[in-house]
Design a protein around this ligand. Structure first.
Ligand code: GLN
Length: 208
């Protein structure tokens, strides 16, 4: 079984750790704040939070380069701000750039749903990930995937209805080999099917 780390610089990392601790296939779930901890884990979750703050802290801690190395060949799942960090490109209404970890060939649009509809909940149908029962997803100032930049990226979920100005069919979950990304917060529900999916992805990756 695996040791899974959750990047714990900022954001909703504790909730992910609680979810992981309830999975039988996870031997340990630890918060990751140092390069040494990063070296000790088999797979990583980058949580939601605020991607600009997370990037600044990662840079200041000297973790940005080690994270870039990690995601090249270790299973990693980014949720919300974590998805932004994993993206190769991010667009934002705000001026100025931000550092990303990158690795996942997508372009994301930050804060897609704007300030009026900062958060909402919706049912998502993601049969390849969670089977036929829809997943209750919580979106908080969420990004969306505006562009897929490689044929290796597989679309796993889309919004089923129009939300504010955002069209139905907008992409909100993808996978590229060992990298997985979701625009919402699966750690804030009691449904651990996405966490199971990620752990299975990692187990399969290491058994091949
Ligand atoms: N709006 C945040 C960002 O742009 C993401 C929000 C979240 O992770 N819930 O980084």
């Amino acid at each position: 079984s695996l040791t899974i780390g959750v990047l714990a610089l900022q954001g909703a990392f504790l909730e992910h750790i609680h979810m992981l601790k309830n999975l039988p296939t996870v031997s340990d779930a630890i918060p990751v704040r140092t390069e040494e901890q990063l070296k000790s884990i088999d797979a990583l979750i980058i949580p939601g939070g605020e991607s600009t703050s997370m990037a600044l802290i990662a840079e200041r801690c000297g973790l940005l380069e080690p994270l870039r190395e990690f995601v090249k060949n270790k299973p990693t799942w980014g949720t919300c701000a974590g998805m932004i960090m994993l993206a190769n490109e991010a667009t934002s209404a705000k001026k100025g750039g931000q550092q990303l970890i990158g690795g996942l060939a997508i372009r994301v649009n930050r804060n897609q749903f704007g300030t009026q509809k900062e958060s909402f909940e919706t049912k998502l149908h993601m049969p390849e990930v969670v089977g036929e029962t829809p997943f209750h997803a919580i979106f908080i100032r969420a990004p969306v995937i505006s562009d897929i930049l490689s044929e290796d990226v597989k679309i796993l979920g889309r919004l089923e209805q129009k939300v504010g100005q955002t069209e139905a069919e907008t992409i909100i979950a993808v996978r590229q080999g060992h990298l997985f990304a979701t625009a919402f917060h699966p750690e804030l529900t009691y449904d651990n099917r996405l966490h199971s999916y990620f752990v299975d992805l990692a187990l399969t990756y290491y058994s091949n």
